[in-house]
Design a protein around this ligand. Sequence first.
Ligand SMILES: [Zn+2]
Length: 404
Amino acid sequence: MIAAFVAIVSVAAAAPAGAQTEAITIRAAAALDGRGRSIPDAAVVVQGGKIVSVESGRGGAATYDLRGLTLLPGLIDTHVHIDTHFGRDGRATSEGESPEQSMLYSVENAWVTLMAGFTTVQSIGSPSDVHLRAAIARGVVPGPRLLTSIRPVNENTGTPADIRAFVRKVKADGADLVKLFASKSSREGGTQTMTDEQIQAACGEAKAVGLRSWVHAHSPSSIRAATLAGCTTVTHGSQATDVELALMQQHGTYFEPNIGLVSQNYLENKARYLGIGNFNEEGFAFTEKGIPMKREMFKRALTVSGLTLLMGTDAGAGAHGRSAEEIVYRVQVAGQPARDALVDATSHNAMSLGLADRIGALAPGLDADLIAVDGDPLTDITALRRVVFVMRRGIVYKNVARSR
Ligand SMILES: [Zn+2]
């Protein structure tokens, strides 16, 4: 099926990313444009790291002839923890590691994430992300475009005035967004931790300095507080009732549920997590109970017309490179139409990152971030597990499509 090699084409250390000047044509059996449209017999022309044209039935020669494959915009995950990993002893902690060792795990995570077809991820977030983001942006270390919150705000950050100062500092340090912990972990019941005033200060100041805000919130009251404070996105939302789902829709708050990968990954790797922080038996019991609860919550979210769902996984150690499992789960287990799930993972996610004019669709003028999968994800969503071609800003990082 898939050749056992990875072709890295035209990644020269001296060449800035996306600097190719020759036009490249990619032909595929079909393309999905990320905005809900199917393009049969698709031809995408790329030049200078940008998409020049997207056409159907164009004919002529192709630089990459991906017959039998489906072309998509590069996938986006709005919620990863790119630095998390299993260390030398196999445990989910970086204890005892040097910063250099930890950073190399982050580089590995960036690589497997890109190879899995994710060309943009938002890490929320760790101070070391800043250095990884810079290395990827230099076009030397292969990885997805990285956004980061660097350090989070929580109930201990201080008074509303302290929180506003914290937001300005994190902005000065280069954060792309502000992450809030407005509730406890789901392993501790998820009740609201930050006061309404603290949440208002964080999201209000973020908006004032031009940053987006991403709010970890499980309980209904924490979701309501974040929504009413004008925060950009509620993440998790595991205990959202119909009231909170409707409220998010009314306020134009993005909702990023995480239902298909994070909990499953913790359970699959229980021995590697058990005994670290709140990963105790009681916490794992919450995690196990939470899986069907989140699935049912998600099914209700699907019925709220006008509520914009994002595709974020909350990927931690053990989950990197498997972000597409969230999409597979949403479609196969929770019943979301595949076309909608793919729009969430591309153009909706791009919109939520404030990057709709750069990424998230196959359209002229956007960055040439595109992937090909073996199969048709509209009829078999598991095709997303078979990413055989990855281009980011016009550079091909993976091409293992067998010749047909
Ligand atoms: Zn997270």
